[in-house]
Structure formats: structure tokens, C-alpha cells
Design a protein around this ligand. Structure first.
Ligand code: SF4
Ligand code: SF4
Length: 155
């Protein structure tokens, strides 16, 4: 899929996926963002797991015109969307999230996204909300937003 087409669809969608509190970052992903000179909104949850301050609403790196301020430095969790990875009984399970972009993706696009999702460090996925320092009420809001998207298993 061409990047311009994806951009058009995401602009029309008004970046719904970027309004769920923002992604999680590994240490190297966090460093990449700071090295590029972007503001520091990070909260350390464990040595290789960083979240953005506050889980309510917009990602701090989303501009008012709904584009990503850190596009070149965005983490795997953003690169792979709308593919996501979960761990069940220590086993990776991929899901395809239904959003306006999903139906436009080719098999090859999905394969690339799946590969990116597979590279997300496990501690970021498994520790995500359960170990978060953020108030449970904020986490509930994020989960509610995420669960609004339908998901189907991806082999
Ligand atoms: S990836 Fe999907 S949910 Fe995110 S902005 Fe694009 S269309 Fe919307
Ligand atoms: S880092 Fe960029 S792509 Fe990822 S949620 Fe934030 S604004 Fe969206």
C-alpha cells in the first residue's frame, strides 16, 4: 500500500489509534526519540519499558492536525498497527484490528506489520497495563478505546 494512500485514510479517520494514550516504548526506542530532539514525556516502568505520561486521550506526539511528530522515530507498536501481538501461555498470538485502514492492506503489508509486531519486546506486551503506574481509571479508559476496535486472530 502506498504511504500517501495510508496517510489519506488516517487523516480522514482523525488518527483514532493515536488517541488511546499513546504507545509503549523499549529503552532503545525511547532513546531514539530523545536523540532526535523530541520532548521527553517518558515514564519508566521497568528498564526496558517506557510509557508516555498520562494515559488519557491523545498521544503526546500527535500534532493538532493529527499527524505524528515522531514519525521517523515512532516505536514498533505504532509501525505494526493495525496488527497487534498478545502473549497467551507464553505463546505469541497475532490479531488484526479492524480500522478504516485494514481493508486496504495487502497480504504483503500484513506480513510486514506482523514481522514488526513480532519484534516488540515481550516485557512491553506482557507488562503493559498490569504493571502500569497510571491510575486504574485511566487504564480502563484506554482499554475501552482499544476494545472498540474489532479484532480477528491472524495466523
Ligand atoms: S491506522 Fe486505522 S485507526 Fe489508526 S489512524 Fe489509520 S485508519 Fe485510523
Ligand atoms: S507515536 Fe505517532 S503514530 Fe504512535 S500513537 Fe503517537 S502520534 Fe500516533
Amino acid at each position: 500500500m502506498k504511504a500517501e494512500m495510508a496517510l489519506k485514510i488516517c487523516q480522514k479517520c482523525k488518527a483514532a489509534c493515536c488517541k488511546m494514550g499513546g504507545p509503549d516504548f523499549s529503552k532503545s526506542e525511547m532513546k531514539k526519540v530523545l536523540k532526535a530532539g523530541h520532548p521527553n514525556y517518558f515514564v519508566e516502568l521497568n528498564p526496558n519499558h517506557f510509557e508516555l505520561k498520562g494515559k488519557k486521550g491523545r498521544c503526546h506526539y500527535l500534532t493538532n492536525s493529527n499527524s505524528c511528530r515522531i514519525h521517523n522515530e515512532r516505536p514498533l507498536m505504532c509501525k505494526c498497527w493495525p496488527v497487534y501481538v498478545n502473549y497467551k501461555n507464553n505463546k505469541k498470538e497475532f490479531v488484526l484490528i479492524e480500522c478504516p485502514l485494514t481493508s486496504q492492506l495487502s497480504k504483503k503489508d500484513i506480513q510486514i506489520m506482523k514481522y514488526q509486531a513480532s519484534r516488540i519486546p515481550k516485557e512491553i506486551i506482557t507488562n503493559s497495563f498490569s504493571s502500569s503506574k497510571f491510575p486504574k481509571s485511566d487504564i480502563k479508559i484506554v482499554e475501552m478505546r482499544f476494545n472498540k476496535f474489532k479484532q480477528k486472530p491472524l495466523n
